[in-house]
Design a protein around this ligand. Structure first.
Ligand SMILES: [Zn+2]
Length: 154
């Protein structure tokens, strides 16, 4: 038995395989899921795997957890190519591609320090999501975020 191989591709009994993550974004996916170091979760992160469609991709496997809609929406913003595989009893019971929502609320911090969503007012940030080219436009102040989305995720 090849133990190296065993470690790399250890199948999960149940949980979620987040596949086709844009290379380099796996760490941000973990941040979105709140996995920052101290955690009981069994998590595998595989980076820079050769991929037919992406060139290289990252993969994250999490045991005993399925993702919330808001988590999937955030992942779609930083890695639109991502596919989600739900595993139960070693079987893939559901598989889907993430889809960018048309608006996001309370997920991204506006980059304009004077935006009403950044003041003490009880106003939740809201952005319109535009594709081609990808950008987020603040509904309150019209500021646009088009790159490094991960660092503005709330
Ligand atoms: Zn704003």
């Amino acid at each position: 038995m090849n133990t190296t191989r065993e470690l790399r591709v250890r199948p999960i009994v149940s949980g979620t395989v987040i596949d086709h993550i844009v290379a380099g974004q796996a760490i941000n996916v973990l941040r979105i899921l709140g996995i920052t170091g101290v955690s009981d979760a069994v998590v595998s992160m595989i980076m820079n795997v050769p991929s037919n469609t992406l060139g290289h991709k990252d993969i994250v496997k999490i045991e005993n957890r399925e993702l919330k809609e808001k988590e999937v929406d955030k992942i779609s913003l930083i890695s639109p190519s991502t596919s989600i595989n739900i595993i139960r009893d070693y079987e893939v019971v559901d598989k889907y591609n993430v889809e960018m929502p048309s608006t996001v609320e309370g997920m991204v911090k506006c980059t304009n320090p004077n935006c009403i969503s950044n003041t003490n007012e009880p106003v939740t940030s809201k952005f319109i999501v535009q594709n081609d080219p990808f950008r987020l436009r603040c509904l309150y102040c019209e500021h646009v975020i088009s790159e490094q989305i991960a660092q503005y995720l709330l």
